[in-house]
Ligand binder design. Structure first.
Ligand code: PA5
Length: 445
């Protein structure tokens, strides 16, 4: 059993013929992917990765994770964007959003280098004080400012704490196999390195060492993650639109977009999915949002956000469609007891599992939102485990690539990300940016 797409509630918005009419376009997009003939075809290493990954490196990841578990109380994971979101999403979904606060035999994991906030950095440094540390620096380019800055701080800390030699055996670098400042530094210092393959872009890299090492340190069974993803490769490589749920999902998104539904709201009724939402937003936002096009990826956790965003979804601008990640079984249910006094009037909920209440909330909301003009798709995930996580990751990756090709964009580049960096470097006086500095400062007034 793995993730299935349920289009039952979409019928009032997308007719069967409309979906069927997408078949030729979807087949063309499928060919671009499989024949490696579309834009961005240098970045298709993720397509077969779950089946063709480097087994020797995988074993090294597992060995490094065991070592970190045995000699560290804390693993500091340094990275940003695609070099961080997947690992954090996996940790929160498969272990817990409260992982660090739980009793456990694995190290705490803190994520840094994903902002430039001094307050955030100081907080993590304080949490690390007096504890045995290891660091996993993750950067494909090796030059991204946020993680590079954080690494400078933690490298110094490790060297103070353990000496240069000791620090060396506690720093793990996940980066390009040959290029970049981080690779050079790692080779010079003798850090253990893991590779982000040339043909796997940041946001498609969660199933490489980028995601796998932090996951393994947290005790997540990464073998099962890869098996789930490999099952998805088998099921979701089928060119037939009607047989391929990732393609049906991509086609429906495209139809809805053309009907003016410019925002996809990813909704889940499990708070542990919040970081998966963030990962999804990067994957689709960076892949589709270009050439002045693209669905805006947004997200909510329900029922939490029904009390904040619910009004807009039900009744605001009709620019939304909703994709509900329906996790069908909780990891551990909670029995709601009867209260003979019933002062709170809640005895209509008594003597049943809380998951039943959550499910009824979901069903009621889906009907209300559909009634209110929000097209809704359900992604039915049988339960949360490593296999399903791997499957879901690949499902979204595949759907995202096909969505991008249906939209006529290159789903594997991100030219727009450079603009803020150029301005920031100029304003900070980085050598080489002198010409822009004065002009930008004049604009700031
Ligand atoms: O998807 C992407 O390419 C980006 O989000 C990158 O992952 C992010 O900018 C970090 O880049 P790097 O791994 O080179 O430090």
């Amino acid at each position: 059993m793995a993730t299935k797409l349920n289009l039952q509630h979409l019928k009032a918005f997308v007719r069967d013929q409309e979906l069927a009419a997408m078949a030729p376009q979807v087949e063309a997009a499928h060919r671009l992917l499989e024949e490696r003939s579309g834009p961005g075809s240098d970045f298709l290493g993720w397509v077969q990765l779950p089946k063709e990954y480097d087994r020797e490196e995988f074993a090294r990841i597992q060995a490094a994770a065991r070592k970190i578990q045995s000699d560290s109380d804390v693993l500091v994971v340094i990275g940003i964007g695609g070099s961080y979101l997947g690992a954090r999403a996996a940790l929160e979904l498969l272990r817990s959003p409260f992982y660090n606060n739980q009793k456990k035999s694995t190290p705490d994991i803190y994520f840094v280098g994903n902002s430039i906030s001094p307050d955030y950095l100081n907080t993590i440094l304080a949490l690390c004080e007096g504890r045995r540390l290891s660091v996993n620096i993750i950067s494909k380019s090796g030059t991204t400012t946020e993680p590079a800055l954080a690494f400078r701080v933690f490298r110094e800390l490790l060297e103070q704490q353990y000496g240069k030699e000791g620090a060396r055996s506690r720093i793990y670098a996940t980066t390009d196999k040959a290029r970049g400042t981080l690779k050079e530094l790692s080779d010079r210092e003798g850090y253990e390195t893991f590779v982000i393959p040339d043909d796997v872009g940041g946001r498609y890299s969660v199933l490489t060492a980028v995601g796998l090492l932090p996951m393994a340190v947290a005790g997540i069974d990464i073998q099962q993650v890869m098996e789930g993803a490999a099952a998805a490769v088998d099921e979701l490589s089928c060119p037939d639109l009607m047989q391929n749920d990732a393609y049906r999902y991509a086609a429906c998104r495209n139809i809805l977009y053309r009907k003016g539904k410019r925002v996809e709201l990813m909704a889940c009724y499990e708070p542990a999915f919040a970081l998966m939402n963030e990962w999804y937003k990067q994957l689709f936002g960076e892949s589709e949002g270009k050439d002045q096009k693209g669905i805006f990826p947004a997200s909510v956790i329900f029922s939490t956000d029904l009390h904040s965003m619910g009004q807009y979804v039900q009744d605001g601008s009709r620019i939304l469609f909703e994709t509900v990640v329906d996790i069908q079984r909780p990891t551990q249910d909670f029995f709601i007891k009867d209260d003979p006094e019933n002062l709170d009037g809640l005895n209509f909920l008594s003597n049943q599992q809380m998951s039943v209440v959550n499910r009824k909330a979901m069903q009621g909301t889906v009907l209300a939102h559909t009634q209110g003009g929000v097209p809704t798709m359900l992604l039915e995930v049988p339960e949360i485990n490593e296999f399903e996580f791997g499957y879901l990751v690949y499902f979204f990756e595949r759907a995202c690539a096909i969505s991008g090709y249906l939209d006529g964009v290159n789903p594997f580049d991100q030219p727009g990300v450079e603009s803020y960096k150029k301005n920031m470097f100029a304003l900070l006086g980085k050598p080489g940016y002198e010409a822009q500095k004065a002009a930008l400062e004049a604009q700031l007034g």
